[in-house]
Ligand binder design. Structure first.
Ligand code: F0G
Length: 432
């Protein structure tokens, strides 16, 4: 069974061992296309269920459990896995009530080995780097991709190179990339410029690019959807809601859902809702104009992970929205941080960008798009420890133009029982 690379626009095909990210003819984005006819007789819900809890490599990974749908031809001995995936799907009734829906689950991709969904993509991308015999891998990043690339490159004994924008990289992510030994370059440019730079320098120096323009990354990220559906016993929710930055996840979700449907593993598609920060909302703006075109913009948001003004996967995200009858919404930094604080407050926790999912769900219920009786899955993309400054500054109520709704301020006490009694006699405020 052979998968191929195919341009999403002109359909030109390339072998999977070609080092290529966009079509040579028309510049279109590439898909890894699998032989669905051959797969139809090979994959089943039962096959994937039989691998749950497996102790055997590579099926002990929540990505490679679905190997046939990710990269069927990948030789097992070249797979680079930590292993990733197998993240929790939390029923969250208190947050459902706050958002105004009957049934809400949160799929926590912050529970991956380096604390974000990027690991699901990176296992696919770094495996492909090994198949191609590459020695160096690189990315531009708002932080999580670099943390993940650094870890997977180290694990595979490859050189990892990451380009950060010089400002506003969350502390946890920077620390990870440094710790895992990647070459960390702080560039005086924003994410969008860095991505262009990384693509150019990689072509020149024979470095493999592992941003989400790389279609093998998206194959790994598809498994967020597959695993979520398996956890729901293949009962399809009405909505899947996720943050949108470079739009890799949204693109991967669309492809996964479409393939699962074509393979008969699910009987209908959920609707996809992509949520952007108001200050980094090029997809939302294009959506408002009927997707006439993408207008790159200067991006600003407290959710630094999604501070992206020119999302590379825009055409694939639009395709995913069309396939799933999807919608795009925007939320303010205030709404993002409030939603994050509520997710943190039920004991799950996430980084700011993930707050988009819950904030977006509430907004879509308020404006009548999501109906109260519908079943909704929100995707949390990063771990609470990724951006400690944002959390601490929020609860100290010292973020400009933003108000902490239910701040949890550390309390000073003398080292005496009397003082502790004084402190503990104050009632605890509750947010939900
Ligand atoms: N949430 C988090 C925590 C992220 O790190 C990102 C992207 C997104 C959401 C958006 O996902 O790009 O697939 O739409 N972070 C990238 C990075 C850009 O460099 O780490 P997307």
């Amino acid at each position: 069974m052979t998968s191929i690379l195919q341009c999403m626009d002109c359909e030109r095909q390339y072998r999977t061992d070609t080092v290529i990210y966009t079509c040579d003819d028309c510049g279109g984005l590439l898909d890894v296309v699998h032989d669905l006819d051959a797969l139809r007789s090979l994959v089943s819900r039962e096959l994937f269920d039989s691998r749950l809890g497996s102790l055997d490599f590579p099926y002990n990974s929540g990505v490679w459990r679905y190997k046939e749908l990710v990269y069927p031809d990948a030789p097992d001995d070249l797979i680079v896995s930590r292993p990733e995936g197998s993240t929790n799907l939390y029923p969250v009734p208190r947050l459902a009530k706050w958002a105004g829906v009957g049934t809400l689950y949160l799929k926590h991709e912050g529970e991956n080995p380096t604390g974000s969904f990027k690991d699901r993509g990176m296992t696919g991308g770094v495996t492909q780097a090994r198949i191609l015999g590459k020695h160096s891998v690189a990315c531009a990043s708002t932080g999580n991709t670099s943390a993940s690339l650094a870890a997977y490159a180290a694990w595979a004994n490859l050189r990892g190179i990451v380009l950060f924008q010089n400002k506003q990289v969350a502390l946890g992510k920077l620390a990870q990339a440094i710790a895992y030994g990647a070459t960390c370059i702080r560039v005086n440019a924003d994410f969008d410029k860095n991505l262009a730079l990384v693509r150019e320098i990689s072509a020149e120096l024979d470095i493999y690019v592992l941003n989400s323009v790389n279609p093998f990354r998206l194959e790994g990220q598809k498994t967020i959807m597959i695993e979520m559906l398996q956890q729901l016993r293949w009962r399809v929710p009405d909505w899947v809601v996720c943050p949108g930055g470079n739009l890799g996840n949204s693109s991967a979700f669309g492809k996964a859902l479409r393939e699962l449907y074509d393979l008969g593993l699910i009987d209908r598609l959920p609707r996809l809702a992509i949520i952007q920060a108001e200050g980094a909302n090029p997809l939302y703006r294009a959506y408002q104009r009927g997707f006439d075109r993408l207008e790159p913009m200067h991006a600003e948001t407290i959710a630094t992970a999604i501070k992206i003004g020119s999302p590379v996967n825009y055409p694939k995200a639009v395709r995913a929205l069309r396939w799933t009858d999807g919608v795009v919404e925007q939320v303010s930094d205030q709404e993002i941080m409030e939603a994050k604080a509520l997710i943190d407050g039920v004991g799950i926790g996430c980084e700011p960008a993930s707050g988009c999912s819950l904030a977006g769900i509430r907004k879509l219920v308020e404006n009548g798009t999501i109906k109260p009786q519908e079943t909704v899955v929100g995707v949390l993309t990063g771990h609470v420890l990724k951006d400690p400054d944002a959390t601490i500054d929020y609860h100290a109520d010292r973020i400009p133009n933003l108000r902490a709704v239910c701040p949890n301020r550390p309390i000073e006490a003398e080292g005496t029982l009397d003082d502790l009694r004084r402190v503990l006699s104050t009632p605890i405020p509750t947010a939900t």
